[in-house]
Design a protein around this ligand. Structure first.
Ligand code: KIV
Length: 286
């Protein structure tokens, strides 16, 4: 259809995610909240970019994800979408954006898609979200579900702990995952659940599981980019392997530049602009 702008041939949409599960191919997902990191993540070949509500603690310095607004996610999503060519862009529904009623939930999800450019949305919760997932999917909105540790329930849960450790809790998680699949979610985040439980869910579901702190059996692994590259403060959870220490790299670069400025080393002649010989003569003559 000539009137539609063509995507890159390898652009990731739902069929590519389904096909990867069928073939047993692992995919990767990282968060991004702005244009330059989205470009780096996309160009590095990451399959899914999540504009997570972790923007609250990672970027805005809030203590948790509760204060994040739909406007903050829409704005981040616009920037991420501009920096992304291949990866699927998934936007998080922040706390409060899907809690009032189904119509406002649809309106908020549509904002993320129409103005943010999101290609799917993610929403926390288990069986209590089944009707909402059905409604969103009915409105052509692809949904990623999210169970296990759901950070938006921090006050109810009373902290960030591994979920599904008892038989009863594990069975409940497995049931929730199945209900969300039946409701039409195309993938499900499993956050901080025992690897055995994640393995059962991954085996029993046709849709993809996206694990974070949920062991290696999940179909897709997701991490917060800033954790992966060491741009964080404080103790990291055990599932974060530090692949780089950008905080150290940045601190060194800033200190070296600062010292160079103070010692007169920076900027040098090549790092500044001069007058032409002719202009210099003219100015000297005046
Ligand atoms: O907001 C986020 O970054 C997330 C991931 C941790 C899955 O929800």
């Amino acid at each position: 259809m000539a009137y539609l702008q063509p995507d890159k041939p390898e652009k990731v949409y739902l069929p590519a995610i389904r096909a990867a599960k069928e073939k047993g191919e692992k995919l990767v997902c990282l968060t991004a909240y702005d244009y330059p990191t989205a470009r780096i993540v996309d160009e590095a070949g990451v399959d899914i970019i999540l504009v997570g509500d972790s923007i609250g603690n990672v970027i805005h310095g809030y203590g948790n994800t509760i204060p994040v607004s739909i406007e903050e996610i829409v704005s981040a999503c616009i920037a991420v979408k501009r920096g992304t060519d291949r990866a699927m862009v998934v936007a998080d529904m922040p706390y409060g954006s899907y809690h009032v009623n189904p119509d406002t939930t649809v309106q908020n999800a549509l904002r993320l898609m129409k103005y943010g450019g999101a290609e799917a949305i993610k929403m926390e919760g288990g069986r209590n979200r089944v009707e909402l997932v059905k409604r969103l999917v009915d409105e052509e909105i692809p949904v990623v579900a999210h169970i296990g540790l759901t950070p938006q329930s921090v006050y109810k849960m009373g902290g960030y702990r591994v979920q599904g450790r008892t038989t009863e809790q594990a069975k409940r998680l497995i049931e929730d995952a199945k209900l969300l699949e039946e409701a039409g979610a195309f993938a499900i985040v499993l956050e901080l659940v025992p690897r055995e439980v994640a393995a059962i869910i991954t085996r029993e579901l046709k849709i993809s599981t996206i694990g974070i702190g949920a062991g290696h059996d999940c179909d897709i692994q997701v991490l917060v980019l800033h954790d992966l590259v060491g741009m964080t403060f404080g103790r990291q959870p055990r599932f974060v392997r530090p692949y780089a220490n950008l905080r150290e790299v940045m601190t060194k670069a800033i200190q070296t530049w600062s010292n160079d400025v103070k010692s007169g080393e920076y900027p040098n002649e090549n790092e500044s602009y001069g007058l032409t010989e002719e202009t210099k003569k003219e100015m000297a003559a005046k």
